[in-house]
Design a protein around this ligand. Structure first.
Ligand SMILES: [Cu+2]
Length: 152
C-alpha cells in the first residue's frame, strides 16, 4: 500500500534533481502552499512526532526497531520551508559522504511549508545508524540533522 503510493508519487513528480531510487513525495498541487500529503496511521504503528525549525530537527523518538511501522507526524514550526529526509550514517554514527547520502536516502519529503504537517507510515527494513536531515539550502550545514539508531 505504502509502496504503491510512493511509486505513484514518484511517477507524478517532475524531478529537479537527477533521478534516483529515493521515494519522493511532493504535494499533489504545486500551486497551493497548503498542500500536505497526509496518511492515516497504519494499524499497530507507533507515532513519532517530528518538529522542524531553523535549524534543528526534534524527534519524540531517537531509537527505533527494524520491522516496526512508525507513523511520522512531521510539523514545520519554523519560518522557512524545510524537508524531511532519512539518510544512512556510517556504522560509527557519523554522516556518510554527500554522494552516499544523496544516493541512499530512505525517504524524502519536500517541500514542507511553514505551519504545515505531513504524516507518513514508514518501516525500517534493517538495523543500522541513520539520521533525520534537511538538506535544503545550507540548513544541513547549520545543524539541521539528528542522528538516530535503528536496532534489530
Ligand atoms: Cu531545512
Amino acid at each position: 500500500m505504502l509502496i504503491a503510493l510512493l511509486i505513484v508519487a514518484c511517477a507524478n513528480t517532475s524531478l529537479t534533481k537527477p533521478n534516483t531510487s529515493t521515494p519522493r513525495i511532493t504535494p499533489t498541487s504545486s500551486e497551493s502552499n497548503n498542500a500536505s500529503p497526509v496518511e492515516q496511521p497504519a494499524a499497530g504503528s507507533i507515532t513519532v512526532h517530528i518538529t522542524l525549525v531553523e535549524f534543528r530537527i526534534l524527534s519524540s523518538l531517537k531509537t527505533f526497531h527494524a520491522g516496526t511501522t512508525y507513523y511520522f507526524v512531521i510539523t514545520n514550526h519554523g519560518q522557512d520551508t524545510h524537508e524531511f529526509k532519512i539518510l544512512p550514517d556510517k556504522p560509527d554514527g557519523t554522516p556518510q559522504s554527500p554522494e552516499v547520502q544523496f544516493k541512499d536516502s530512505l525517504i524524502e519529503l519536500e517541500p514542507i511549508m511553514p505551519g504545515t504537517t505531513w504524516t507518513i507510515n514508514f518501516k525500517f527494513s534493517a538495523a543500522g545508524r541513520f539520521e533525520f536531515a534537511c538538506q535544503m539550502g545550507k540548513h544541513y550545514m547549520a545543524g539541521m540533522m539528528l542522528p538516530i539508531v535503528v536496532a534489530s
